[in-house]
Design a protein around this ligand. Structure first.
Ligand SMILES: Nc1ncnc2c1ncn2[C@@H]1O[C@H](COP(=O)(O)OP(=O)(O)O)[C@@H](O)[C@H]1O
Ligand SMILES: O=C(OP(=O)(O)O)[C@H](O)COP(=O)(O)O
Length: 403
Protein backbone atom coordinates (compact mmCIF):
# COMPACT_ATOMS: atom_id res chain seq x y z
CA UNK A 1 0.00 0.00 0.00
CA UNK A 2 1.52 3.34 -1.00
CA UNK A 3 1.75 5.77 1.91
CA UNK A 4 0.79 9.38 1.77
CA UNK A 5 4.41 10.27 2.53
CA UNK A 6 5.47 8.53 -0.71
CA UNK A 7 2.79 10.44 -2.58
CA UNK A 8 3.98 13.72 -1.03
CA UNK A 9 7.56 12.89 -1.97
CA UNK A 10 6.48 12.48 -5.60
CA UNK A 11 4.96 15.96 -5.43
CA UNK A 12 1.31 16.95 -5.20
CA UNK A 13 1.58 20.70 -5.80
CA UNK A 14 -1.17 21.88 -8.11
CA UNK A 15 -2.74 18.42 -8.18
CA UNK A 16 -6.37 17.86 -7.23
CA UNK A 17 -6.36 15.22 -4.50
CA UNK A 18 -9.60 13.44 -3.58
CA UNK A 19 -9.55 12.51 0.13
CA UNK A 20 -12.17 9.89 1.02
CA UNK A 21 -12.72 10.65 4.70
CA UNK A 22 -15.28 9.38 7.21
CA UNK A 23 -16.92 12.57 8.47
CA UNK A 24 -19.97 10.62 9.67
CA UNK A 25 -20.21 12.51 12.95
CA UNK A 26 -23.11 12.51 15.42
CA UNK A 27 -25.35 15.55 14.99
CA UNK A 28 -28.13 17.15 17.00
CA UNK A 29 -29.80 19.23 14.31
CA UNK A 30 -26.81 20.97 12.74
CA UNK A 31 -24.67 20.81 15.91
CA UNK A 32 -21.84 18.29 15.90
CA UNK A 33 -21.84 16.55 19.29
CA UNK A 34 -18.45 14.88 18.78
CA UNK A 35 -15.92 15.95 16.15
CA UNK A 36 -13.47 13.07 16.65
CA UNK A 37 -13.79 11.77 13.11
CA UNK A 38 -13.13 15.23 11.66
CA UNK A 39 -10.07 15.73 13.86
CA UNK A 40 -8.84 12.31 12.76
CA UNK A 41 -8.47 13.32 9.11
CA UNK A 42 -6.86 16.71 9.78
CA UNK A 43 -3.23 15.48 9.60
CA UNK A 44 -3.80 14.08 6.10
CA UNK A 45 -5.63 17.17 4.83
CA UNK A 46 -3.04 19.50 6.40
CA UNK A 47 -0.12 17.60 4.88
CA UNK A 48 -1.66 17.65 1.41
CA UNK A 49 -2.71 21.30 1.54
CA UNK A 50 0.67 22.23 3.01
CA UNK A 51 2.34 20.60 0.01
CA UNK A 52 0.27 22.69 -2.38
CA UNK A 53 -2.41 20.17 -3.34
CA UNK A 54 -5.97 21.24 -4.12
CA UNK A 55 -7.75 19.05 -1.62
CA UNK A 56 -11.25 17.69 -2.28
CA UNK A 57 -12.62 16.06 0.88
CA UNK A 58 -15.54 13.65 0.48
CA UNK A 59 -17.56 11.52 2.89
CA UNK A 60 -20.92 9.98 3.63
CA UNK A 61 -22.99 11.06 6.62
CA UNK A 62 -25.74 8.83 7.98
CA UNK A 63 -27.79 6.65 5.69
CA UNK A 64 -29.77 8.88 3.31
CA UNK A 65 -31.59 6.98 0.60
CA UNK A 66 -29.56 7.88 -2.51
CA UNK A 67 -31.08 11.36 -2.85
CA UNK A 68 -30.39 14.76 -1.26
CA UNK A 69 -31.74 15.10 2.29
CA UNK A 70 -30.86 18.29 4.19
CA UNK A 71 -30.83 16.43 7.53
CA UNK A 72 -27.71 14.61 6.32
CA UNK A 73 -25.83 17.56 4.84
CA UNK A 74 -22.07 17.68 5.34
CA UNK A 75 -22.17 21.50 5.67
CA UNK A 76 -21.66 21.45 9.48
CA UNK A 77 -18.73 19.04 9.10
CA UNK A 78 -17.17 21.25 6.41
CA UNK A 79 -17.42 24.28 8.69
CA UNK A 80 -15.84 22.36 11.57
CA UNK A 81 -13.02 21.13 9.32
CA UNK A 82 -12.31 24.76 8.43
CA UNK A 83 -12.11 25.68 12.14
CA UNK A 84 -9.74 22.80 12.85
CA UNK A 85 -7.54 23.67 9.87
CA UNK A 86 -7.64 27.37 10.66
CA UNK A 87 -8.37 27.98 7.00
CA UNK A 88 -11.32 28.63 4.79
CA UNK A 89 -12.94 25.46 3.47
CA UNK A 90 -15.14 25.74 0.39
CA UNK A 91 -18.35 23.71 0.36
CA UNK A 92 -20.05 22.28 -2.72
CA UNK A 93 -23.81 21.84 -2.32
CA UNK A 94 -23.79 18.77 -4.55
CA UNK A 95 -21.40 15.86 -5.01
CA UNK A 96 -20.63 15.64 -8.73
CA UNK A 97 -22.88 18.36 -10.17
CA UNK A 98 -22.36 21.99 -11.13
CA UNK A 99 -21.53 23.15 -7.62
CA UNK A 100 -18.86 20.46 -7.10
CA UNK A 101 -17.30 21.07 -10.50
CA UNK A 102 -17.17 24.85 -10.00
CA UNK A 103 -15.94 24.58 -6.40
CA UNK A 104 -13.08 22.27 -7.34
CA UNK A 105 -12.20 24.38 -10.39
CA UNK A 106 -12.05 27.42 -8.10
CA UNK A 107 -9.50 25.91 -5.71
CA UNK A 108 -6.04 27.45 -5.64
CA UNK A 109 -2.98 25.40 -4.66
CA UNK A 110 -3.14 24.58 -0.93
CA UNK A 111 -6.90 25.18 -0.64
CA UNK A 112 -9.48 22.71 0.64
CA UNK A 113 -13.07 21.96 -0.39
CA UNK A 114 -15.68 19.56 0.96
CA UNK A 115 -18.26 18.15 -1.44
CA UNK A 116 -21.78 17.18 -0.34
CA UNK A 117 -22.70 13.78 1.10
CA UNK A 118 -21.66 10.96 -1.25
CA UNK A 119 -24.80 8.99 -0.31
CA UNK A 120 -27.05 11.67 -1.85
CA UNK A 121 -26.23 9.70 -5.02
CA UNK A 122 -27.66 6.20 -5.50
CA UNK A 123 -24.48 5.13 -7.30
CA UNK A 124 -22.39 5.40 -4.13
CA UNK A 125 -23.90 2.41 -2.33
CA UNK A 126 -25.34 0.52 -5.32
CA UNK A 127 -24.88 -3.25 -5.43
CA UNK A 128 -24.74 -2.97 -9.20
CA UNK A 129 -21.11 -2.74 -10.37
CA UNK A 130 -21.98 -0.67 -13.45
CA UNK A 131 -24.04 1.86 -11.49
CA UNK A 132 -21.30 2.23 -8.88
CA UNK A 133 -18.69 2.45 -11.64
CA UNK A 134 -20.57 5.21 -13.43
CA UNK A 135 -20.68 7.26 -10.22
CA UNK A 136 -16.98 6.56 -9.60
CA UNK A 137 -16.27 7.91 -13.12
CA UNK A 138 -18.03 11.15 -12.18
CA UNK A 139 -16.04 11.39 -8.95
CA UNK A 140 -12.80 10.65 -10.80
CA UNK A 141 -13.41 13.67 -13.03
CA UNK A 142 -12.99 15.88 -9.95
CA UNK A 143 -9.44 14.76 -9.13
CA UNK A 144 -5.97 13.68 -10.26
CA UNK A 145 -5.03 11.60 -7.21
CA UNK A 146 -6.87 9.64 -4.51
CA UNK A 147 -6.07 9.32 -0.82
CA UNK A 148 -8.09 6.81 1.20
CA UNK A 149 -8.44 7.92 4.82
CA UNK A 150 -12.02 7.05 5.79
CA UNK A 151 -11.16 4.09 7.97
CA UNK A 152 -14.73 3.86 9.37
CA UNK A 153 -16.02 3.03 5.88
CA UNK A 154 -13.32 0.72 4.49
CA UNK A 155 -15.61 -2.29 5.00
CA UNK A 156 -18.09 -0.85 2.52
CA UNK A 157 -17.87 -1.82 -1.14
CA UNK A 158 -19.00 1.63 -2.17
CA UNK A 159 -18.07 3.72 -5.22
CA UNK A 160 -15.86 6.24 -3.40
CA UNK A 161 -14.24 3.54 -1.26
CA UNK A 162 -13.75 0.69 -3.71
CA UNK A 163 -14.27 1.76 -7.34
CA UNK A 164 -12.72 5.23 -7.33
CA UNK A 165 -9.18 4.23 -6.23
CA UNK A 166 -9.06 1.85 -9.20
CA UNK A 167 -9.48 4.91 -11.44
CA UNK A 168 -6.82 7.22 -9.95
CA UNK A 169 -3.26 6.88 -8.63
CA UNK A 170 -3.82 6.28 -4.92
CA UNK A 171 -2.31 6.09 -1.45
CA UNK A 172 -3.43 5.50 2.15
CA UNK A 173 -3.70 8.48 4.49
CA UNK A 174 -2.27 8.79 7.99
CA UNK A 175 -5.47 7.70 9.78
CA UNK A 176 -5.77 4.43 7.88
CA UNK A 177 -2.10 3.70 8.50
CA UNK A 178 -2.49 4.29 12.26
CA UNK A 179 -5.71 2.29 12.57
CA UNK A 180 -4.36 -0.71 10.71
CA UNK A 181 -1.12 -0.56 12.69
CA UNK A 182 -2.94 -0.77 16.04
CA UNK A 183 -5.60 -3.29 15.06
CA UNK A 184 -2.97 -5.61 13.64
CA UNK A 185 -1.80 -6.08 17.23
CA UNK A 186 -5.19 -7.61 18.07
CA UNK A 187 -4.90 -10.15 15.27
CA UNK A 188 -1.34 -11.24 16.08
CA UNK A 189 -0.99 -12.24 19.67
CA UNK A 190 -3.40 -10.97 22.26
CA UNK A 191 -2.98 -10.94 26.02
CA UNK A 192 -5.64 -13.20 27.53
CA UNK A 193 -8.32 -13.20 28.72
CA UNK A 194 -9.51 -11.48 25.54
CA UNK A 195 -12.87 -9.89 26.28
CA UNK A 196 -15.09 -8.47 23.54
CA UNK A 197 -18.00 -6.17 24.36
CA UNK A 198 -20.66 -5.69 21.67
CA UNK A 199 -23.63 -3.34 21.71
CA UNK A 200 -25.05 -0.53 19.64
CA UNK A 201 -27.84 -0.39 17.12
CA UNK A 202 -26.41 -1.80 13.86
CA UNK A 203 -27.45 -5.26 14.95
CA UNK A 204 -27.87 -6.95 11.57
CA UNK A 205 -24.48 -5.59 10.43
CA UNK A 206 -22.59 -6.79 13.44
CA UNK A 207 -24.14 -10.03 14.68
CA UNK A 208 -22.20 -11.96 12.06
CA UNK A 209 -18.82 -11.09 13.57
CA UNK A 210 -19.65 -13.24 16.58
CA UNK A 211 -19.15 -16.25 14.34
CA UNK A 212 -15.47 -15.36 14.11
CA UNK A 213 -15.12 -14.05 17.66
CA UNK A 214 -16.05 -17.49 18.96
CA UNK A 215 -12.67 -18.63 17.61
CA UNK A 216 -10.73 -15.75 19.14
CA UNK A 217 -12.30 -14.34 22.29
CA UNK A 218 -12.42 -15.88 25.76
CA UNK A 219 -15.47 -13.91 26.85
CA UNK A 220 -18.15 -11.98 24.96
CA UNK A 221 -20.38 -9.44 26.71
CA UNK A 222 -23.53 -8.36 24.89
CA UNK A 223 -25.40 -5.10 25.52
CA UNK A 224 -27.16 -2.28 23.68
CA UNK A 225 -29.67 -3.09 20.97
CA UNK A 226 -27.75 -6.30 20.28
CA UNK A 227 -28.93 -7.95 23.52
CA UNK A 228 -32.60 -8.39 22.70
CA UNK A 229 -32.15 -10.84 19.83
CA UNK A 230 -30.24 -13.05 22.29
CA UNK A 231 -32.86 -12.68 25.02
CA UNK A 232 -35.61 -13.49 22.51
CA UNK A 233 -33.65 -16.50 21.28
CA UNK A 234 -33.57 -17.72 24.87
CA UNK A 235 -37.36 -17.58 24.89
CA UNK A 236 -37.85 -14.30 26.73
CA UNK A 237 -40.32 -11.56 25.88
CA UNK A 238 -38.47 -8.44 24.64
CA UNK A 239 -41.45 -6.12 24.15
CA UNK A 240 -40.79 -3.51 21.49
CA UNK A 241 -36.98 -3.62 21.86
CA UNK A 242 -34.68 -3.74 18.82
CA UNK A 243 -34.94 -7.25 17.44
CA UNK A 244 -33.38 -9.06 14.49
CA UNK A 245 -35.90 -11.90 14.22
CA UNK A 246 -34.30 -13.55 11.19
CA UNK A 247 -31.04 -13.91 13.15
CA UNK A 248 -32.52 -15.96 16.00
CA UNK A 249 -31.37 -19.32 14.57
CA UNK A 250 -27.84 -17.91 14.10
CA UNK A 251 -27.84 -16.55 17.63
CA UNK A 252 -28.91 -19.93 19.05
CA UNK A 253 -26.04 -21.50 17.15
CA UNK A 254 -23.58 -18.94 18.61
CA UNK A 255 -24.77 -19.71 22.14
CA UNK A 256 -24.40 -23.46 21.55
CA UNK A 257 -20.95 -23.14 20.01
CA UNK A 258 -19.79 -20.79 22.75
CA UNK A 259 -20.66 -23.46 25.31
CA UNK A 260 -18.89 -26.18 23.31
CA UNK A 261 -15.77 -24.07 22.91
CA UNK A 262 -15.68 -22.79 26.48
CA UNK A 263 -16.23 -19.18 25.40
CA UNK A 264 -18.08 -17.35 28.14
CA UNK A 265 -21.13 -15.56 26.75
CA UNK A 266 -22.58 -12.94 29.06
CA UNK A 267 -26.02 -11.38 28.56
CA UNK A 268 -27.76 -8.65 30.57
CA UNK A 269 -29.53 -9.79 33.73
CA UNK A 270 -31.53 -6.57 34.05
CA UNK A 271 -32.43 -3.71 31.72
CA UNK A 272 -33.93 -0.21 31.79
CA UNK A 273 -37.22 -0.08 29.91
CA UNK A 274 -39.77 2.49 28.83
CA UNK A 275 -42.84 2.59 26.61
CA UNK A 276 -41.20 5.39 24.60
CA UNK A 277 -37.87 6.09 22.94
CA UNK A 278 -36.43 9.15 24.76
CA UNK A 279 -36.43 12.64 23.27
CA UNK A 280 -32.77 13.17 22.39
CA UNK A 281 -33.34 16.84 21.55
CA UNK A 282 -34.97 18.09 24.75
CA UNK A 283 -33.46 15.33 26.92
CA UNK A 284 -36.73 15.50 28.91
CA UNK A 285 -36.67 13.02 31.82
CA UNK A 286 -37.49 9.54 30.53
CA UNK A 287 -38.28 7.93 33.90
CA UNK A 288 -37.35 4.38 32.89
CA UNK A 289 -38.04 1.36 35.06
CA UNK A 290 -35.59 -1.42 35.83
CA UNK A 291 -36.79 -4.94 35.11
CA UNK A 292 -35.18 -8.37 35.05
CA UNK A 293 -33.97 -9.25 31.55
CA UNK A 294 -36.50 -12.11 31.42
CA UNK A 295 -39.41 -9.88 32.42
CA UNK A 296 -39.59 -7.10 29.82
CA UNK A 297 -43.25 -6.01 29.51
CA UNK A 298 -44.80 -6.49 26.07
CA UNK A 299 -45.32 -2.75 25.46
CA UNK A 300 -41.88 -1.61 26.63
CA UNK A 301 -38.48 -1.19 25.00
CA UNK A 302 -35.09 -2.02 26.51
CA UNK A 303 -32.91 1.10 26.30
CA UNK A 304 -29.93 0.41 28.60
CA UNK A 305 -28.44 -2.36 30.69
CA UNK A 306 -29.53 -2.27 34.33
CA UNK A 307 -27.55 -1.75 37.57
CA UNK A 308 -26.92 -5.47 38.24
CA UNK A 309 -25.63 -5.92 34.68
CA UNK A 310 -23.34 -2.91 35.10
CA UNK A 311 -21.75 -4.58 38.12
CA UNK A 312 -21.59 -7.95 36.37
CA UNK A 313 -19.92 -6.51 33.25
CA UNK A 314 -17.40 -4.52 35.32
CA UNK A 315 -16.42 -7.76 37.09
CA UNK A 316 -16.13 -9.57 33.74
CA UNK A 317 -13.77 -6.86 32.50
CA UNK A 318 -11.64 -6.57 35.63
CA UNK A 319 -9.29 -9.48 34.86
CA UNK A 320 -9.05 -8.94 31.09
CA UNK A 321 -5.70 -8.88 29.30
CA UNK A 322 -7.19 -7.35 26.15
CA UNK A 323 -10.55 -5.69 25.57
CA UNK A 324 -12.23 -4.75 22.30
CA UNK A 325 -15.46 -2.79 22.68
CA UNK A 326 -17.86 -1.73 19.94
CA UNK A 327 -21.34 -0.36 20.47
CA UNK A 328 -22.84 1.61 23.38
CA UNK A 329 -24.68 -0.35 26.08
CA UNK A 330 -27.74 1.88 25.78
CA UNK A 331 -29.12 5.06 24.27
CA UNK A 332 -26.27 6.98 25.92
CA UNK A 333 -27.24 10.22 24.14
CA UNK A 334 -29.94 10.58 26.84
CA UNK A 335 -28.67 10.92 30.42
CA UNK A 336 -31.23 8.43 31.77
CA UNK A 337 -29.76 5.71 29.53
CA UNK A 338 -26.05 6.54 29.77
CA UNK A 339 -25.11 4.64 32.93
CA UNK A 340 -24.49 1.29 31.23
CA UNK A 341 -22.11 2.80 28.69
CA UNK A 342 -20.42 4.80 31.47
CA UNK A 343 -19.93 1.67 33.56
CA UNK A 344 -18.26 -0.21 30.70
CA UNK A 345 -16.06 2.81 29.85
CA UNK A 346 -15.07 3.12 33.51
CA UNK A 347 -14.24 -0.59 33.69
CA UNK A 348 -11.92 -0.17 30.70
CA UNK A 349 -10.28 2.89 32.27
CA UNK A 350 -9.73 0.96 35.53
CA UNK A 351 -8.35 -2.08 33.72
CA UNK A 352 -4.64 -2.66 33.14
CA UNK A 353 -5.63 -4.48 29.89
CA UNK A 354 -4.86 -3.23 26.38
CA UNK A 355 -8.20 -1.61 25.56
CA UNK A 356 -9.57 -0.70 22.15
CA UNK A 357 -12.85 1.19 21.69
CA UNK A 358 -14.16 1.18 18.12
CA UNK A 359 -17.02 2.92 16.36
CA UNK A 360 -18.29 6.40 15.66
CA UNK A 361 -20.86 6.38 18.44
CA UNK A 362 -18.78 4.38 20.92
CA UNK A 363 -15.87 6.80 20.55
CA UNK A 364 -18.27 9.74 20.78
CA UNK A 365 -19.84 8.21 23.90
CA UNK A 366 -16.50 7.85 25.64
CA UNK A 367 -15.62 11.47 24.96
CA UNK A 368 -19.01 13.11 25.52
CA UNK A 369 -19.47 11.20 28.80
CA UNK A 370 -16.29 12.87 30.01
CA UNK A 371 -13.66 10.13 29.83
CA UNK A 372 -10.05 10.96 29.01
CA UNK A 373 -9.17 9.55 25.56
CA UNK A 374 -5.67 8.80 26.82
CA UNK A 375 -7.03 6.36 29.40
CA UNK A 376 -7.75 3.90 26.56
CA UNK A 377 -5.21 1.95 24.54
CA UNK A 378 -6.74 3.02 21.24
CA UNK A 379 -9.94 4.72 20.15
CA UNK A 380 -10.73 3.60 16.63
CA UNK A 381 -12.86 5.69 14.29
CA UNK A 382 -14.36 2.49 12.87
CA UNK A 383 -16.83 0.12 14.51
CA UNK A 384 -17.97 -2.22 11.75
CA UNK A 385 -14.66 -1.61 9.95
CA UNK A 386 -12.53 -2.62 12.93
CA UNK A 387 -14.72 -5.65 13.67
CA UNK A 388 -14.39 -6.85 10.08
CA UNK A 389 -10.67 -6.15 10.13
CA UNK A 390 -10.35 -8.30 13.25
CA UNK A 391 -12.34 -11.02 11.47
CA UNK A 392 -9.52 -11.18 8.94
CA UNK A 393 -11.89 -10.25 6.13
CA UNK A 394 -10.62 -8.52 3.01
CA UNK A 395 -11.88 -5.00 3.40
CA UNK A 396 -12.82 -3.42 0.03
CA UNK A 397 -11.36 -0.02 0.92
CA UNK A 398 -8.00 -1.49 1.97
CA UNK A 399 -7.84 -3.97 -0.91
CA UNK A 400 -8.47 -1.12 -3.36
CA UNK A 401 -5.56 0.85 -1.92
CA UNK A 402 -3.29 -2.15 -2.26
CA UNK A 403 -4.17 -2.65 -5.92
N1 LIG B 1 -31.11 -0.70 23.51
C1 LIG B 1 -30.97 0.13 22.48
N2 LIG B 1 -32.00 0.41 21.66
C2 LIG B 1 -31.86 1.28 20.63
N3 LIG B 1 -30.71 1.90 20.31
C3 LIG B 1 -29.65 1.65 21.09
C4 LIG B 1 -29.71 0.77 22.20
N4 LIG B 1 -28.50 0.72 22.77
C5 LIG B 1 -27.71 1.55 22.06
N5 LIG B 1 -28.39 2.12 21.05
C6 LIG B 1 -27.90 3.13 20.08
O1 LIG B 1 -26.84 2.57 19.34
C7 LIG B 1 -26.22 3.63 18.63
C8 LIG B 1 -24.80 3.28 18.28
O2 LIG B 1 -24.75 2.06 17.57
P1 LIG B 1 -23.66 1.71 16.48
O3 LIG B 1 -23.76 2.67 15.35
O4 LIG B 1 -23.82 0.27 16.19
O5 LIG B 1 -22.29 1.97 17.28
P2 LIG B 1 -20.89 2.50 16.74
O6 LIG B 1 -21.14 3.76 15.95
O7 LIG B 1 -20.07 2.75 17.97
O8 LIG B 1 -20.34 1.41 15.88
C9 LIG B 1 -26.34 4.84 19.57
O9 LIG B 1 -26.89 5.92 18.85
C10 LIG B 1 -27.28 4.36 20.68
O10 LIG B 1 -28.28 5.29 21.03
O1 LIG C 1 -20.43 5.04 11.45
C1 LIG C 1 -19.85 4.18 10.78
O2 LIG C 1 -19.68 2.91 11.22
P1 LIG C 1 -19.77 2.41 12.77
O3 LIG C 1 -21.12 2.83 13.33
O4 LIG C 1 -19.63 0.92 12.66
O5 LIG C 1 -18.63 3.06 13.50
C2 LIG C 1 -19.21 4.47 9.45
O6 LIG C 1 -19.29 5.85 9.13
C3 LIG C 1 -19.87 3.62 8.37
O7 LIG C 1 -21.23 3.98 8.24
P2 LIG C 1 -22.28 2.89 7.69
O8 LIG C 1 -22.40 1.77 8.73
O9 LIG C 1 -23.57 3.66 7.52
O10 LIG C 1 -21.74 2.36 6.37
Amino acid sequence: MKTIDELLAEGVSGKRVFVRADLNVPLEGTTITDDGRIRAVVPTVKALAGAGARVVVASHLGRPKGAPDPAFSLAPAAARLGELLGAEVAFATDTVGESATATVAGLADGQVAVIENLRFNAGETSKDDAERGAFADQLAALADLYVGDGFGAVHRKHASVFDLPARLPHAAGYLIATEVGVLRKLTDDVQRPYVVVLGGAKVSDKLGVIDHLLEKADRILIGGGMAYTFLKAQGHEVGISLLQKDQIPAVLDYLKRAEERGVEFVLPVDVLVSTEFPDLKTKAPANPTTVAADAIPADEEGLDIGPETRKLYASKLADAGTVFWNGPMGVFEHPDYAEGTKAVAQALVDSPAFTVVGGGDSAAAVRTLGFDENAFGHISTGGGASLEYLEGKTLPGLAALEG
